[in-house]
Design a protein around this ligand. Structure first.
Ligand code: GLP
Length: 266
């Protein structure tokens, strides 16, 4: 894992967007795995800026979102599809037909989940996946206890997640209790992963996910098994990392070493 402690939320977004930009420049028809929540909004803002001001081109890209609430149609203001339209899709040039967000209103959830997995495979797999983290350590909606080999499926949300989401709905009854989500196994197959987190409320769980044991009780900890993960946190979310100084040291050393490795060091 490469761990970057950014100075601010804005910096975190810029760093994550820079990695996505590099990916798109290297491979214009990249398959991007996208996430919702307040965390990636800054990243999407920067991607929109790069598109508008620097011509970053998404015209050959394909996207797959991690998850969607069961029962919410794309037109519902709290659906993840609506969120993605508002915060990214309406502002960049990803062809509409290449956008995939799990369909919360699918007639057969089982068939839909199988189809979604197949679509990811047919697209050639996810090149780069953005992830946030839930208060209980979940990635996408893989709540504690989710199999680390799980695939796209229906998931019952925990009390904590339902509470966390309540602020977006007018009454508790409206808050979805189920979601369709990529599995931990699906996520781990992405070629590269960026995990982002900000704010003091994420400090404890980030330390558990990165430095604690790999356990299905904190599904983000499964990322320790992946060979290409970049973790970007702001100072607050990185405050409980025991090895923060070492992570900073590694980055400093890498800056010195990389020019040597690619052969233009003085
Ligand atoms: C939801 C989403 C996750 C997201 C999490 C954190 O549970 N399913 O993908 O990481 O919220 O949201 P926020 O970024 O608002 O803290």
């Amino acid at each position: 894992m490469e761990i970057i402690i950014a100075d601010s939320y804005e910096q975190m977004g810029v760093q994550a967007a820079t990695i996505i930009r590099q990916q798109l420049l290297r491979k214009p028809n990249s398959v991007l795995g996208l996430a919702t929540g307040s965390t990636p909004i800054g990243t999407y803002k920067e991607l929109i800026r790069l598109h508008r001001e620097e011509g970053l081109d998404f015209s050959q890209a394909t996207t797959f979102n991690l998850d969607e609430y069961l029962g919410l149609p794309p037109s519902h203001e709290q659906s993840y599809r609506y969120f993605m339209d508002e915060h990214l899709f309406n502002h960049v040039n990803i062809p509409k037909g290449k956008i995939h967000v799990p369909y919360g209103h699918a007639e057969s959830v089982l068939e839909f989940c199988e189809w979604y997995e197949n679509e990811i495979t047919h697209a050639g797999g996810i090149d780069i996946q953005i992830l946030g983290i839930g208060g209980d350590g979940h990635i996408a909606f893989n709540e504690p206890g989710s199999s680390l080999g799980s695939r796209t499926r229906l998931k019952t949300l925990t009390e904590q997640t339902i509470q966390d989401n309540a602020r977006f709905f007018t009454s508790m009854e409206e808050v979805p209790k189920f979601a369709i989500t990529m599995g931990v196994g699906t996520i781990l197959e992405a070629k590269k992963i960026i995990l982002i987190a900000n704010g003091a409320a994420k400090a404890e769980i980030m330390a558990e996910a990165i430095e604690g044991p790999i356990t299905s009780q904190v599904t983000a900890s499964a990322l320790q098994l992946h060979r290409d993960v970049v973790v970007i946190v702001d100072k607050e979310a990185g405050a409980k990392l025991k090895r923060a100084d070492y992570y900073r040291w590694i980055l400093e050393q890498k800056k010195k070493l990389v020019p040597k490795l690619i052969g233009y060091a003085s």
